[in-house]
Design a protein around this ligand. Structure first.
Ligand SMILES: Cc1ncc(COP(=O)(O)O)c(C=O)c1O
Length: 364
């Protein structure tokens, strides 16, 4: 795996569909904010530990939660890592799914917590509420709600979010609402709508704003929760000031770029679907995806996901991911592709994917 990343990072002609990053054009205000910050040399000092006031205000405004507490973090990743340290001690349990974004599970397990990894592939590709209820034990501390879900792009209807919140209240659990892909979802419901007192949000500007390389995110929760966890955050000395300035510019200009990005993503999804439809046995478990990535099921094609990843990367410089990175049980059934890219790059994938599948089938 690391060799694939070393190969891909060593070239400048890669179609980057492997990490759900956003490669659509950057608004000029963002580039200007980065230049201005660098020119002012404000990077000489540590930034305010809890984050720039304007950025904090914009994120809470973005969520419609002006009275919540917030701590700016090194991407959503830091927020999730610190949350796991804080919420999931050794011997505790977290309700999680498979497939999922397993890095969060890894953080929980590092501290001795257990993850339920409820199978959700096929069907709705969301938590089954009865299965969630059945998995709760006295040790359970939280439900990890990734919505929309990486890798499937499934999202929870409002009534299911409400029901999950009711379950959480009944059993005195936290809801960890990972909303990294929220802006791509045409309709999304925050868990704070139903359980504000027990919802903790992992927020990120990596995917929606296209700022993954600047590492900006936030932990958003009731003020008392933030007051309590603040002393144990990794970003004790703040996070990149340049990243924060860029995030401010991105959020201030969001209405100017987000609708166009969503439109491009929707067009790109349709292009991928046509390419998948051309491959015997391949299908999309979730379409349309409510995120900027989707899963292509190739279990009936007689080809391994890793072989498809390798052929596309090394023969065509198109970087997608085999499913085992995001699913222990189902990872050998699918590949994951992201599509927040200029359309010609997605067309390059659509041209090569059916040919690669045909070639691998013939040689298998
Ligand atoms: C579900 C989910 N949560 C959190 C993250 C972390 O994002 P970042 O640390 O870049 O904000 C990712 C990144 O892929 C993700 O898919």
């Amino acid at each position: 795996m690391s060799d694939d990343f070393a190969y891909a990072h060593g070239r400048d002609d890669i179609v980057w569909m492997s990490q759900n990053t956003n490669h659509l054009p950057t608004h000029p205000a963002i580039e200007e904010a980065i230049r201005d910050s660098a020119a002012s040399h404000e990077f000489n000092k540590y930034p305010l530990a809890k984050g720039l006031p304007r950025l904090r205000e914009l994120i809470l405004e973005d969520l419609g939660l002006p009275d919540f507490g917030i701590h700016i973090t090194n991407g959503g990743t830091e927020a999730l890592y610190c949350l796991m340290r804080y919420l999931q001690p050794a011997g505790s349990r977290m309700i999680t799914s498979d497939p999922s974004y397993f890095i969060i599970h890894k953080f929980a397990k590092m501290g001795g917590a257990e993850c339920t990894d409820l199978p959700i592939y096929g069907g709705t590709c969301r938590f089954d509420l009865d299965a969630v209820r059945a998995a709760i034990t006295p040790e359970t501390k939280s439900i990890l709600l990734i919505d929309p879900l990486n890798p499937l792009g499934s999202t929870y209807p409002r009534e299911e979010v409400r029901a999950l919140c009711e379950i959480a209240r009944e059993h005195d659990l936290w809801i960890i609402d990972d909303i990294t892909y929220r802006d791509f979802a045409p309709e999304h419901t925050l868990a704070t709508e139903f359980a504000p007192e027990r919802t903790v949000i992992a927020y990120s500007v990596s995917k929606n704003c296209g700022l993954a390389g600047l590492r900006v995110g936030a932990l958003v929760a009731p003020q008392e929760f933030i007051d309590d966890i603040a002393g144990s955050m990794v970003s004790d000395l703040g996070i990149s000031i340049i990243g924060q300035r860029a995030a401010i510019a991105a959020l201030e200009t969001k209405p100017e770029w987000l609708p166009r990005n969503i439109e491009i993503c929707s067009r790109n999804q349709a292009i991928i679907k046509r390419a998948v439809d051309a491959v015997d046995g391949a299908h999309l478990p979730v379409y349309p995806s409510a995120a900027n990535m989707m899963v292509i099921d190739i279990a009936d094609c007689g080809v391994s996901p890793q072989a498809v990843q390798d052929a596309l990367l090394y023969d065509h410089q198109i970087f997608i991911r085999a499913g085992n990175y995001v699913s222990a049980r189902f990872g050998d059934r699918f590949v994951r592709v992201s599509f927040s890219l200029p359309t010609p790059e997605v067309e390059r994938f659509a041209e090569h994917f059916p040919r690669v599948m045909e070639r691998l089938c013939d040689s298998g």
